[in-house]
Design a protein around this ligand. Sequence first.
Ligand SMILES: C[S@@+](CC[C@H](N)C(=O)[O-])C[C@H]1O[C@@H](n2cnc3c(N)ncnc32)[C@H](O)[C@@H]1O
Length: 313
Amino acid sequence: MSDALYGTEGFYRRELPAAHFRTSAHASPALAHAVLELAGRLAALVGEEGFAVVDVGAGGGELLASLAPLAPPHWRLVAVEIRERPADLDSRIEWTADVEYGVHGLVLANEWLDNVPVDVAERAVGQWQEVLVDERGVESRRALGPGPQLEWLSSWWSAADGDRVEVGHLRDAAWADLADRLDRGVLAAVDYALDRTRQRTGTLVGYRHGDLIDPVPDGSCDITAHVLLESIAAAGERAGLTGTQLLAQSDVLASLGVSAGRPPLALAQSDPLAYLAALSSASHAAELLDPEGLGSFSWLLQGRGVMPGACFG
Ligand SMILES: C[S@@+](CC[C@H](N)C(=O)[O-])C[C@H]1O[C@@H](n2cnc3c(N)ncnc32)[C@H](O)[C@@H]1O
């Protein structure tokens, strides 16, 4: 999975996420308004000096491009992405392949963890087996010996025969690594959460040009799996983060002022263009808040030197 997504010929070295699937960052500038509000509240708590908004797995830089005209000029806006910087990106946005150490501010990872590689394990006759897949999509299995995968499974999965599980130890490690780079501020992961009570047969899928396809690791498609945010949160806490909050996107965005309310009809009379613009932004916001769609995404918030809850209180 790692080579298929991030190797020299990997999917994300060549392809823009927006050409294959739709994230909140593509759906609406309302996400940038919400991030502006959250970052503003956080900056008031931790101090404006050296304040940065860091977007991990920035894709085409869509979120920061929407934020750049809104954000105070002294904030740093940092896109972290393995692919090359888009040619037309706002010059105030920094573009880097790695998160720097000593970040002071808000680190946001929208649909990043679901693309951090996982191993797949299946339970049969009381034993865990590792599922291997070749570039044609043909699966094979081998016994899973002692090691980090088995440790993760015994911590996070009450096993039953027939279970198929994406083993999240590399994601936990990626989050802990991010935590180590935060000096003061908040880490926020936004993703589709794995529900262990319902999703016991695996969630790994592929996407290509908007179609849901088999997750064949040949570099031709996105490969993604739901994220067990409880294990991510525990990894963050082991790395010294505190104030864990796990919230639905619809609640987070509503509390940051995103509203799908329609503009008053009187505006259509007095200023038809403003009415149309407000109507369009309400419908975009509705997509982010939709409890059957992007609104059902989860936000994991953890802090260092500040409680994320203080940004919402
Ligand atoms: C699903 S896309 C999300 C893009 C964007 N955040 C959005 O919401 O539209 C995941 C992105 O994370 C990037 N990515 C994954 N692992 C990364 C890493 N270790 N460092 C930098 N970027 C990474 C991929 O290249 C890809 O562009």
